[in-house]
Design a binder for this molecule. Structure first.
Ligand code: ADP
Ligand code: MG
Length: 392
C-alpha cells in the first residue's frame, strides 16, 4: 500500500498542484473516503466532526466535475452562516481557479443586485439558504442548471431553523443532480432529511479526533494479576474528581471488575453489551452527571461515547492493537484538554503492548515504566508508512 495522494484519489494535476502550493498534500480521512465516490458522481452522505476537512472532500469533486465552458451556476453549496459562506468560498476559489472556474458567495447584508450578477456568472455558488431563496424568488438567479448540491453543516442548518428554506430550494433544483450531505451527526431529523435528499448515497464517516493522541500524557504501568486491581484503585484516587473511563476486554470482565471496585469502596458503573439499552443509558447518565466518576466499559459499549470531561482513560486490559489504543485513549484530551492514558501491563502482556507503544511513537513512555520494548516481529508491509505511525 503506497501513500494516498490527491492524485491517487482521482484529482487532476492542476488541482493537486494548487493544493500542494498551500501545503495540502496528504488527504485527510474524510477526503480519502468521499473524493473517489463523489468524483464518480455518486450521492454522498458524510458524517465528520469540525476540522476534519469536509470542505475539500466536496470541493475537489465539484471542481473536477464542472465544465468550465458549461452553464452557470453549476454547483450550489448551502451553508448555515455568512462566515462559513465566505470561508468555504475562499477555499473553493483556490482550487477552482486551477481549472478556470469561478466561485461566488451569496449571503444577507450585502446588496442584492451585484451579488446576483456574480452568482449567475459563477460555476460554484456558496450561499446561505435565506439569501439564496431571496435571489431565486426575485428571479435574479436561475437554479435550473445546478448539477450538484452540497449541504454543508446540515445539522447546524437544521438547528438554525433553515429546513423550510432548504426544502423549498431543493424542490427548485433539477431532480437529476448529485447531492452531497455533510453533517457532524446523522441522528434523528438530520438523518431523515439526509436520506430524503439523496439517492442511493455512499455513506462515509470519519472520526479524526481519534487519530491523534498527542494532547495526552501516556503512561504504562507494570502490574501483576495480584496487584492490578489495587493499582487501578490508586490511579482512580489520583483522578481527583475527573471522569475516568476504564477499558476491559470482556463483558464478564467488566462485571467482575465492577464487583471488585465496589468491594474496595470505589463507586463505579459499567457498560457492556449484555446490559439492556435502558440499563446502559442509566449508567451513562450517572457517569455523565458526575454522580459516579468511574465507568468500566468494553470497546464495543464505549463506541461513540463522547464526554469532554473524561480526563483519564485506563486500559485495565490492554487494547488489541495500536488502532484500538488510539480509539480508547482518544476519548480523553479532546478539544485541546489535557488527558491521561494509562495502560496496565502484566508480564505476559509486555511484548504485545510494547509493540503497540512502538508503533505509536510511545517508546520512551513505555520504557520509562521500567519495561523494555520488544523487537518488531511483524513484517513491514508498507513502502512508506505515515510518519512511521501507521502502515504496519
Ligand atoms: P471541516 O469543514 O470538516 O470543519 P475544513 O474543511 O474547514 O474542516 O478543514 C479544516 C482545516 O484543515 C482547514 O484549515 C483546512 O485548510 C485544513 N485541511 C483540510 N484538508 C487538509 C489536508 N488534506 N491537509 C492539510 N490540511 C488540511
Ligand atoms: Mg466545514
Amino acid at each position: 500500500m503506497s501513500e494516498t495522494t490527491f492524485r491517487s484519489l482521482g484529482a487532476s494535476a492542476p488541482v493537486a498542484d494548487a493544493l500542494a502550493q498551500r501545503g495540502i498534500t496528504t488527504p485527510f480521512e474524510i477526503q480519502e473516503l468521499v473524493v473517489p465516490d463523489a468524483l464518480a458522481g455518486q450521492d454522498v452522505l458524510a458524517k465528520a466532526p469540525t476540522g476534519s476537512g469536509k470542505t475539500l472532500a466536496f470541493g475537489i469533486p465539484l471542481v473536477e466535475r464542472i465544465d468550465p465552458n458549461g452553464p452557470t451556476p453549476a454547483a450550489l453549496v448551502l451553508v448555515p452562516t455568512r462566515e462559513l459562506a465566505s470561508q468555504v468560498g475562499e477555499v473553493l476559489e483556490n482550487v477552482a481557479a486551477a481549472r478556470g472556474l469561478r466561485v461566488a458567495t451569496a449571503y444577507g447584508g450585502v446588496g442584492l443586485r451585484d451579488q446576483a450578477k456574480r452568482a449567475a456568472n459563477a460555476h460554484l455558488l456558496v450561499a446561505t439558504p435565506g439569501r439564496l431563496e431571496d435571489l431565486a424568488n426575485r428571479r435574479l438567479l436561475s437554479l435550473d442548471k445546478i448539477q450538484a448540491l452540497v449541504l454543508d453543516e446540515a445539522d447546524r442548518m437544521l438547528d438554525m431553523g433553515f429546513q423550510p428554506q432548504v426544502d423549498r430550494i431543493v424542490r427548485r433544483l433539477p431532480a437529476k443532480r448529485q447531492t452531497m450531505f455533510f453533517s457532524a451527526t446523522l441522528d434523528g431529523e438530520v438523518g431523515r432529511l439526509a436520506r430524503s435528499y439523496t439517492d442511493d448515497p455512499a455513506r462515509h464517516e470519519a472520526n479524526p479526533e481519534a487519530e491523534t493522541v498527542e494532547e495526552v500524557d501516556h503512561q504504562f504501568v507494570q502490574v501483576t494479576p495480584e496487584t492490578k486491581v489495587q493499582t487501578l484503585v490508586d490511579l482512580l484516587g489520583q483522578a481527583e474528581g475527573g471522569h475516568a473511563l476504564v477499558f476491559v476486554r470482556t463483558r464478564r470482565g467488566a462485571d467482575r471488575l465492577l464487583a471488585k471496585l465496589r468491594e474496595r469502596g470505589v463507586s463505579a458503573v459499567a457498560m457492556h453489551g449484555d446490559m439492556t439499552q435502558q440499563a446502559r443509558e442509566k449508567a451513562w447518565a450517572r457517569f455523565e452527571s458526575g454522580k459516579v466518576t468511574t465507568l468500566v466499559a468494553t470497546d464495543v459499549a464505549a463506541r461513540g461515547l463522547d464526554l469532554q470531561s473524561i480526563t483519564y482513560v485506563i486500559n485495565f486490559d490492554p487494547p488489541d492493537d495500536n488502532k484500538g489504543y488510539v480509539h480508547r485513549v482518544g476519548r480523553t484530551g479532546r478539544a485541546g484538554r489535557a488527558g491521561t492514558g494509562v495502560t496496565l501491563v502484566t508480564r505476559d502482556q509486555q511484548a504485545d503492548v510494547s509493540r503497540i507503544a512502538a508503533r505509536l511513537d510511545l517508546r520512551e513512555e513505555f520504557t520509562s515504566s521500567g519495561m523494555t520494548v520488544a523487537p518488531p516481529k511483524l513484517v513491514y508491509t508498507s513502502r512508506k508508512g505515515r510518519g512511521g505511525r501507521r502502515g504496519w
